[in-house]
Design a protein around this ligand. Structure first.
Ligand code: PLP
Length: 453
């Protein structure tokens, strides 16, 4: 039986799909963090290059991928689509399980797909340096690589707890020539303010974003880059879904269920949007499942409201599913899923009934990762393992109901730099942790008061 569906380099998508062209509803505006009025492109210009700002609000259905970006994509794209036959057998399911494997990129996840595009537009507009934040280090690695290819400086604020726990990711970034600072740091006002209150702060993505944004705002030659959440990031990731559609065609099947893990929403968004196009424009029937950790349940337990993108309220406010901008996530092992909000696009699709959201505890997620490793041979990133767990549950449901549904999930990255988490799992040290309801309520009291709906 065929298990590996490959494309040639000529098949790399030449354009991104922009779902904003086909949405049956209006997306809420992006708000200025101080005035809480809708931002104008010029308000965002200190943070992002103009082409990125225009893509953020574009309603063009397709946007051409520039040739220099495609040239770098050829280092690892197209990525394989695999049929998980051995996993199907182990589960005894009549369902067909496919996974798109983005762990074959140079830094091991889907993140370079947008990092390369963003670095390119910054270079084109004469930027000298890019700042960003990173949690687990995947985004920092991807942007460091992209900056290296386009001869840009890269400054990464890395959440302190990860900086200390994941020295290898730091080495990857430094090898690409980036400078890496543990956050909160003494280098920024935002960092100093946090340290004054809590000298032992272990940091959070929200704090690191504040630091990175502050450096960009205060330096003419420096801009800021975000690896998830925003519309343009999800759009850059649609190469993943476009390739998957072509590969499923080769396999002679159509997806019934499309699954991805969700932190800020970029891998799932980029994976699902081309499938959603078939739903919106061709009447296809596909279920979409977003999977998140119980410890950071923005879609399943958060509220749909305007909130700041960062702790110090420097980044624009977005209407999203949020746990509150001062949310400091517990130290779970899926570091990439610990952002307080989720992409406004995914949140709106969720609230309009196009996406289902579910949350899992980390121990069953690691059990699913272990089963996947033993059957398919790949150690998944702990983030991606959330999608595996949901795919397994779907396959078991198909077994119970006796149907042959086609389940497709995105394996967003490999876990070879996350072996510390697997060590803890194997030693029985992982604990399930649901974020307490009272704490969510407390954080949500600090949402901005906005009169726009
Ligand atoms: C960063 C990351 C995620 C989560 O980010 P999204 O923007 O939600 O995709 C998921 N998987 C991997 C491997 C990651 O590195």
């Amino acid at each position: 039986m065929e298990t590996r569906f490959l494309l040639s380099q000529n098949d790399i998508p030449k354009r991104w799909y922009n779902v904003q062209a086909d949405l049956p509803f209006q997306l809420p505006p992006v708000l200025h963090p101080v005035t809480l009025k809708p931002v104008e492109p010029d308000d965002l210009a200190p943070l992002f290059p103009m082409e990125i700002i225009l893509q953020e609000v574009s309603h063009e259905r397709y946007i051409d991928i520039p040739e220099p970006v495609l040239e770098i994509f050829r280092l690892w794209r197209p990525t394989p689509l695999m049929r998980a036959v051995r996993l199907e057998k182990a589960l005894g399911t009549p369902a067909k399980i496919f996974y798109k494997y983005e762990g074959t990129s140079p830094t091991g996840s889907h993140k370079p797909n947008t990092a390369v595009a963003q670095a390119y537009y910054n270079k084109l507009e004469g930027v000298r340096r890019i700042t960003t934040e990173t949690g687990a280090g995947q985004w920092g690695s991807a942007l460091s690589m992209a900056c290296n290819f386009f001869d840009l400086e890269c400054k990464v604020f890395m959440v302190k707890v990860s900086y200390e726990q994941k020295p290898y990711r730091r080495s990857v970034m430094q090898l690409f020539g980036a400078s890496v600072t543990p956050s909160p740091s003494e280098e920024t006002e935002a960092g100093r303010a946090i340290l004054a209150k809590d000298p032992n702060s272990s940091g959070s993505l929200g704090i690191a974003i504040s630091e990175a944004a502050e450096v960009a705002l205060k330096n003419e030659d420096t801009k800021y880059s975000l690896g998830s959440v925003l519309n343009h990031v999800l759009m850059h990731q649609t190469v993943v879904g476009e390739e998957t559609l072509m590969q499923l065609d080769k396999a002679g099947v159509e997806a019934d269920v499309v699954i991805g893990c969700v932190g800020g929403g970029s891998n799932f968004g980029g994976f699902m949007m081309p499938f959603l196009r078939q739903v919106l424009t061709e009447g296809a029937k596909i279920r979409f499942i977003a999977v998140e950790p119980m410890a950071c349940p923005s879609m399943t337990k958060g509220v749909y409201a305007f909130d700041y993108g960062d702790t110090a309220k420097m980044a624009p406010a977005l209407k999203m599913d949020t746990l509150g901008h001062d949310f400091v996530p517990p130290d779970i092992h899926a570091g990439g899923l610990r952002y307080h909000g989720v992409s406004p696009l995914l949140a709106a699709l969720h609230r309009n009934g196009y996406i289902e959201a579910i949350a899992y505890h980390q121990v069953p997620v690691f059990d699913a990762a272990a089963l996947f490793t033993r059957t398919e041979g790949i150690i998944p990133a702990p983030e991606s393992a959330h999608a595996i767990k949901a795919a397994i549950d779907e396959a078991l449901d198909a077994k119970e109901k006796g149907d042959e549904r086609v389940i497709v999930f995105n394996l967003s990255g490999h876990g070879y730099l996350d072996l510390g988490a697997y060590d803890a799992y194997l030693a029985g040290k992982l604990k399930n942790y649901a974020y307490p309801e009272e704490k969510i309520q407390e954080s949500l009291k600090k949402l901005p008061q906005v009169s726009i709906e």
